[in-house]
Ligand binder design. Structure first.
Ligand code: ZN
Length: 338
């Protein structure tokens, strides 16, 4: 990736602070860890991820895994003391960076930017209990989408119109998928929380930033009868019926914004897996962070974060106990706290 060579991180002199947890004083080093994203080619992908500064290997790149410790697609660190280390190694071997104790054993989040040039298949994820029992102890998946861009008239699928399990089974048996799915219009800046058991799909012409539990258990409910290499992709009808919640109840999103001199921080959603914020910096400001480590994905603009340069397309980790971040410039980022 060509961005690597342009990146310099200038540590600030006051980048260490201590905290007393009642039994022992822990010295947190305030660090920014830049990650090298992993790009994925998909039949439904396009070329718009180039707008984020990535070198695309083809004209059907659908996903940028910006923060991932998923074993087969793990991000590596770019620059600084940990340059070249895999995020999953860092998570295991440098637990103090993440302020973590023994649990969870695996890095808990996966953050992607998705460019859907065509419709994605309609899918549903199980919750942790179902996945543990039926998928060899895997995690379920709760996820959310921040819509980065949507073409005029774009829609997404979220939810369904079946009133009961029997209704759901009947509609699936009759192949009435188009009556079943609930499609809603989308525009840039919309936010959706997708609980396990929610039927969902990103449709053509939409880019989203997706924050999710680090899991890949997905059941495909319907694929528009499309062919891939002359064949339909497998569906997971039984599992889908097992996990789809009926009737569908939309999750209410009530963003709360707090302003700090030249920055705004908007909290979109808080669940037991993550809290998702949008940071909008327009000048110079100090923005407080609390708790465990945070991830940040810059979705627009450029600037500096505690002396480190950040620009659209960057994904980074702010280590545990980071405290306040000093932001300079004009940029927008999605910030996630575990
Ligand atoms: Zn999903």
């Amino acid at each position: 990736m060509n961005k690597a060579t342009e990146k310099t991180y200038i540590p600030r002199k006051d980048n260490a602070r201590s905290c007393c947890n009642g039994t022992a004083a822990i010295l947190f080093m305030k660090q920014i860890i830049y990650l090298e994203p992993v790009l994925k080619e998909n039949l439904w992908g396009g070329t718009r991820l180039a707008e984020y500064g990535y070198d695309l290997p083809s004209d059907h790149v659908g996903e940028c895994w910006g923060v991932s410790a998923y074993p087969s697609s793990c991000c590596t660190v770019r620059g600084g003391k940990y340059h070249g280390r895999r995020l999953d190694d860092l998570w295991r071997e440098e637990p103090e960076l993440f302020g973590r104790t023994k649990e969870p054993q695996d890095f808990p989040l996966l953050i992607k930017i998705i460019d859907a040039q065509q419709d994605l298949s309609i899918q549903v994820h199980p919750d942790d209990d179902y996945a543990r029992e039926h998928e060899n102890g895997a995690c379920g998946k709760t996820e959310c989408w921040y819509v980065l861009d949507a073409q005029p008239g774009a829609t997404i699928v979220i939810g369904h119109h079946a009133q009961s399990k029997e209704d759901l089974e009947r509609m699936i048996a009759d192949g009435r998928f188009r009556d079943l799915i609930r499609e809603v219009p989308v525009k840039a800046g919309d936010f959706f929380q997708i609980e396990p058991g929610t039927v969902h799909a990103i449709k053509a012409g939409t880019m989203v930033l997706e924050t999710q539990e680090s899991s890949d258990v997905t059941y495909r409910l319907y694929d528009y009868d499309r062919l891939q290499n002359g064949k339909k992709r497998p569906l997971h009808i039984k599992q889908s019926i097992d996990v789809i919640r009926t009737p569908f109840e939309p999750k209410q999103i009530r963003p709360v914004t707090c302003s700090m001199s030249a920055a705004k921080l908007t909290k979109y959603f808080d669940c037991r897996f993550y809290t998702v914020y949008k940071l909008e910096a327009n000048g110079i400001a100090d923005v407080p962070l609390s708790g465990m480590f945070h991830t940040m994905s810059v979705i627009d603009g450029e600037g500096y974060l505690d002396g480190g340069r950040v620009e659209k397309g960057d994904h980074l980790i702010l280590t545990a106990g980071y405290g306040s971040m000093h932001v300079v410039g004009n940029f927008t980022a999605i910030v996630t706290r575990v």
